[in-house]
Design a protein around this ligand. Sequence first.
Ligand code: XMP
Length: 503
Amino acid sequence: SLVILDFGSQYTRLIARRVRELRAYSVILPGTAPLERVLAEKPQALILSGGPSSVFDPQAPRPDPRVLELGLPVLGICYGMQYLAQHFGGRVERGGRREYGKALLLEAKGPLFRGLTPPLQVWMSHSDYVAELPPGFTSVARTEENPVAALMSEDGRYLGVQFHPEVRHTPEGMAMLENFLELAGVRRDWTPEHTLERLVQEVRARVGKDRVLLAVSGGVDSSTLALLLAKSGVDHLAVFVDHGLLRQGEREGVEGALRALGVNLRVVEAKERFLKALKGVEDPEEKRRIIGRTFVEVFEEVARKEGPFRFLAQGTLYPDVIESAGSEHAAKIKSHHNVGGLPEDLSFELLEPFRTLFKDEVRALALLLGLPEPLRLRHPFPGPGLAVRVLGEVTEEKLSILRQADAIFTEVLWEEGLYHQVDQALAVLLPVRSVGVVGDERHYGYVVALRAVTTEDFMTADWARLPLEALDKAARRITREVPEVGRVVYDLTSKPPATIEWE
Ligand code: XMP
């Protein structure tokens, strides 16, 4: 594997993804991980990430020095390179020549740049720089500003780049990372087929003859997980709770696809129960709490009735794992729900086969496992469903209006070839009415807001510049086909300051 020691760069996760795209298995560990922890990953090479610290700061995170003595090939990026320079006896200096944004490598030589011809565009973001090379190191790239934009030790084992090869603004960055993997001899067998085979083995070995329970939501992670369990041939029960807050055709779609692929699926009809619990409730957080709680109750009833189960399977992904290990200080913006709140006496062992995977890797597995495209490539959908898109009190009538409007918007995006150009698209039913005319009649109708965003990670998002013709088509169809809707508006707010959902 390739171990990435994380010193807090916003790009660390991107490094891991790029390496995986190059079909090498990568793991992120805290920058200060002790030797034993690093060795447990059987590393063939290391990458030291960038980070906000300066090597001058006595508090700056540093790798366990024994890790650098393993004799493994090491690539330091930004802070990682500065650390290497300082560690091996070079001199790093502060400020002065701050480079931020695009820069050009005027010269670039040696194995890291094999096959590449300068000038090469790269992305810089630093203020410290290497003023003096450590003994035995040479500069292998320079920009106009910076004579040491990349460095290498005599034996070629230690390499550093001041810029970020992992970002798209370094167009040849993938080639550089690939050169590093090649010269480091990192195994390149991380294919979806291989991953699937490994996961099937792992699930079989861990579960044995015991039973596994899981909740499916219709999202790609839980659906793929259900398929993995079916493929592994373990005794499983997948529970799909129809809370009545689903989109048009959603339940049928999930049911059909999963059953056809051998999943043992139980659909629980709980529409009445959820609507009753939500009656008269307007506060968004209160709605989420009620839905979360009711979901757990329903799930729990199935678990007790159909049990015992030894395992509870969850589609936890690698970013969740990194996140919960990392940022303890992340502010609570919205309470997202999952099946975390089960009572103590229903104690399960957690089975999380996707803990090491990124979303696109789960999608690749889904393809191998035969999950139909509309489910596999679908935009994310929140657990509380349409309840957080019907602003204010949720009623059956409002849900029905929203469901139709949402289906039309989605259909238009598919027809216009726009669905995959945005990362999430949705319709929201506002709790106000507005006046219009239909024929000669005054019409007092609902307002539907359409929202579409582009985003890398859903933490920040930009509103999508959809073609006006597409918006026009959606608005016309919605007002024509859903008579309760009198007006359609488009949301022009990015995140921040708004969130993607309206509640
Ligand atoms: P916001 O609205 O916070 O949403 O910008 C970010 C992403 O998370 C989804 N979302 C949820 N997903 N349970 C979920 O499973 C939730 O309670 C929930 N709330 C928001 C949202 O759709 C977007 O993709």
